[in-house]
Structures are given as structure tokens and as C-alpha cells.
Design a protein around this ligand. Structure first.
Ligand SMILES: [Zn+2]
Length: 263
């Protein structure tokens, strides 16, 4: 029986420093880094030295054949490389790319590093960072940043964006549950708006509104509601859309020709 040839690890072009003294392997790529640099940022990176049994083994990482294995799934290559860039401080002016910041946030959350988290969260707020609300909502749940959850969700369910925009998320592991929750909430709000636009609350007729008058009175109410409230509730332009906080004034200001004065 022929076995497939083993996949030989290759050295990273960017992060295999010849004067480094600790070798890591993620999937089939080897990274040779400096213990002293890593130690300076032990808070961020220290967990990577700890092996599964919790013991540091001195020979671990000493050469290509004894690389510290970073398990896939916990730290995929892009995340690992983003973190190395962060640690080695290859400085570029902010705003930093969102994928890089999310990798730092993800790995530092998993590794319990507050320092890495704070930096990532800080820079994700930078003006000019293209951090969409969907990614923000996703990150707030996955990486535990409750500060972002409500504002991002409110924007997602109330502003105009298209499902097609989701293609921009290719490459991010936004979970289907999150997209599902957002879409379902938007549908619910949209259905509720349409219901509100076309079905006014019933008229409670005044005692002076006679039996033969009531049907006309209700019709007038219905017409006025749909024309002036309903139209605004479902207006396609958010600028003209009636917002919940404006609703009470709008109803109070409603002029209903043909409706009995008392109703
Ligand atoms: Zn009436």
C-alpha cells in the first residue's frame, strides 16, 4: 500500500529569524523567534510556551525538528502571524487593518491576555477603521466585548444595508447564528412596521358618535392613519421614516377630516 508522502514543514519567509532561538510550527510552517522578545511580552504570548501537560520542556522549540506545535483551530496561521507582527512591533501608522486587529483580539482573548485585548479594542475604535457593524456585533459576542453589543445590534437592525454586503465578510468566521439572529430581527421589525402602517389602533367611539356615524368615523380614522402615519412608518428613505420617539407627537398632531370630534 502506498502512503501519501509526508508534508514537510517549510520555513516562514517573513518570520524565520536565523538568530532566533525558539521554533514554532503552525500547520506546516516553521517560525523561528526570539525568547527574549517573547518574554518581554509574556502576558501576550507566554501561554504558547506551556505544553499541553502544563510543563515547560527545555528541548521544545530548540530546532525545526522540535518545534513548539501550535495547534490548529486555536491559532490558525493568519492569527499567529498577526500576533507576531504585533509582538515584533513592525510599526505602521494606524488605522491598522481590521483582520489584523481581530486576530490580536481573538488570540489574546483565548490566551487570556488583557494587554492584547485592550490594544485591539482601542485600535478597532480608530477613526477610519473599516469595522462594519456586523463584524463588531460578531466580535462583541465571540471575544466578549459587551460594550459593542447593543450599539452594533441596534445599527444592524435599524439601518439600511443589503444582504449582498455580507460577501465582504468572506474570510471572517462570522457564525451563521449571528447572521440569522440579525436577519430574523430585521424581518420582525419590518413586519411590525408594515402592520403598524396599515392597521391603526381601533377607535373607541364617543357616546356622541351615533351608531350610523361610526362606520364613517372609523373609515376616516383609517384613511388618515395610513396617509399620514403609515406612509411615514414604511417610508423607504430613513430620513423621512417615522422613528418610535416621534410617534406620539405624530399621532397627537393627526388631523382626521370626517371623524367625529369626540372620538
Ligand atoms: Zn366615532
Amino acid at each position: 500500500m502506498d502512503l501519501p508522502p509526508p508534508i514537510l514543514p517549510v520555513r516562514s519567509l517573513e518570520f524565520y529569524y536565523n538568530d532566533g532561538n525558539v521554533v514554532f510550527q503552525v500547520s506546516n510552517v516553521l517560525y523561528r523567534l526570539h525568547k527574549s522578545v517573547l518574554a518581554a511580552r509574556l502576558d501576550l504570548f507566554g501561554g504558547m510556551f506551556i505544553l499541553s501537560n502544563g510543563q515547560r520542556q527545555p528541548e521544545e522549540g530548540r530546532d525545526d525538528n522540535h518545534a513548539v506545535q501550535i495547534e490548529d483551530g486555536v491559532a490558525v496561521r493568519e492569527d499567529f502571524e498577526a500576533l507576531i507582527k504585533h509582538i515584533y512591533g513592525q510599526w505602521t501608522a494606524p488605522p491598522y487593518p481590521v483582520p489584523f486587529l481581530l486576530s490580536v483580539l481573538k488570540l489574546s482573548t483565548r490566551r487570556g491576555s488583557e494587554d492584547g485585548r485592550e490594544r485591539a479594542i482601542h485600535h478597532l475604535r480608530d477613526h477610519g477603521t473599516n469595522f462594519s457593524n456586523l463584524l463588531k456585533f460578531h466580535a462583541s459576542i465571540k471575544y466578549k466585548v459587551p460594550l459593542w453589543t447593543r450599539p452594533a445590534f441596534d445599527m444592524l437592525v435599524s439601518t439600511d444595508w443589503k444582504l449582498g454586503d455580507l460577501s465582504l465578510l468572506a474570510g471572517y468566521d462570522v457564525s451563521l447564528e449571528i447572521i440569522d439572529l440579525v436577519i430574523k430581527t430585521r424581518d420582525l421589525i419590518s413586519r411590525e412596521r408594515r402592520r403598524l402602517a396599515t392597521l391603526p389602533p381601533p377607535v373607541s367611539h364617543d357616546i356622541n358618535c351615533g351608531r350610523n356615524q361610526r362606520e364613517k368615523c372609523s373609515e376616516a380614522w383609517m384613511a388618515a392613519w395610513i396617509l399620514s402615519i403609515g406612509r411615514k412608518v414604511i417610508h423607504v428613505d430613513p430620513l423621512f421614516q417615522l422613528q418610535p420617539y416621534q410617534a406620539a407627537d405624530a399621532v397627537r398632531g393627526l388631523v382626521v377630516p370626517g371623524m367625529s370630534d369626540h372620538c
